[in-house]
Design a protein around this ligand. Structure first.
Ligand SMILES: Nc1ncnc2c1ncn2[C@@H]1O[C@H](COP(=O)(O)OP(=O)(O)O)[C@@H](O)[C@H]1O
Ligand SMILES: [Mg+2]
Length: 269
């Protein structure tokens, strides 16, 4: 079971879209067993996966925060080739509830919950919230690798350093094998400004493999409106091909990591 955190503390950079589309490629096309875990209180992935959020009795909130449910209790199948552990807005209080309750090892709640799944899944994709709070810290302690979707706008370089620091802390404090497997340029437009930004990205992400770009495309909105993925709705589009390329890139990065001793951490300089 390979666990990947799809993370960037910036919102609107394509974390949820990347999680959903990698899950669809791995599940619907590679025929792997895939679980997507929604860790965002805004529960965008849960909605995108087609979960009836109005009739949700338990979510990742009960699994991680109140411990009133197990992960298996909340997992649902989707029609997109993967299973989902849904989120709900109550996850928004996780930072307060997990820490102020004085819970010992609150940062390992997700790792422990995933360990109960045994060999049920080949891949687990963690859709992180746009913050470096307790939920992202849980994801970084549970994951083998991090995938960072990033839009080629003027880089908030200090922002990236914060994420790299959080990864380094998780690695130093109990998850030594954690690696940044790829930064994925998303919503890329053709033309000089974005090309320049992509070049600058090589510097900011020094040491981090830059994956294939995902171009800005209307196919993503159309698929979202239709309640599905681009992989299902527009399988022959360039947008679908780009997430096949991204998935292939990440799978190869995982395979390469498995051949190395689990002591090296790759983060930006
Ligand atoms: N390559 C793309 N082209 C066009 N729209 C995109 C693309 N990737 C994501 N989007 C849209 O951008 C918005 C933000 O993406 P999302 O994946 O929700 O970001 P995040 O999870 O980082 O907040 C969503 O409306 C999504 O449909
Ligand atoms: Mg999101």
């Amino acid at each position: 079971m390979i666990i990947l955190a799809i993370s960037n503390q910036k919102g609107g950079v394509g974390k949820t879209t990347t999680t959903q589309h990698m899950a669809a490629v791995l599940g619907a096309e590679h025929h792997s067993r895939v679980l997507a875990v929604d860790l965002d209180p805004q529960f965008n992935l849960t909605k995108a996966a087609g979960v009836d959020v109005d009739h949700l009795t338990a979510s990742v909130y009960q699994v991680l925060v109140t411990q009133a449910a197990t992960l298996r209790d909340v997992i649902q199948p989707t029609e997109q080739g993967y299973d989902i552990a849904p989120a709900d807005p109550r996850l928004g209080s996780a930072d307060i509830e997990l820490v102020s309750a004085g819970r010992v090892n609150w940062h390992l709640a997700l790792r422990k919950a995933l360990a109960t799944l045994g060999g049920s899944y080949d891949w687990v994709l963690l859709d992180c919230p746009p913050a470096l709070g307790t939920l992202t810290v849980n994801a970084l302690h549970a994951a083998h690798g991090v995938v960072i979707p990033v839009t080629p706008e003027l880089w908030p370089i200090s922002g990236m350093q914060l994420l790299f620091s959080a990864i380094q802390v998780a690695s130093a404090e109990g998850n030594p094998g954690l690696e940044v497997l790829a930064a994925i340029p998303t919503m890329v437009r053709r033309g000089k400004p974005h090309t320049g930004m992509l070049e600058r990205m090589q510097t900011v992400f020094e040491g981090v493999p830059i994956g294939p770009s995902v171009m800005l495309s209307d196919h993503f909105q159309s698929a979202a409106l239709a309640g599905t993925t681009v992989i299902h709705r527009s399988p022959s589009s360039a947008a679908a091909a780009s997430y096949r390329n991204v998935t292939e890139f990440v799978v190869r990065a995982v395979e390469a990591r498995q051949r190395r001793p689990a002591t090296r951490i790759l983060v930006g300089a």
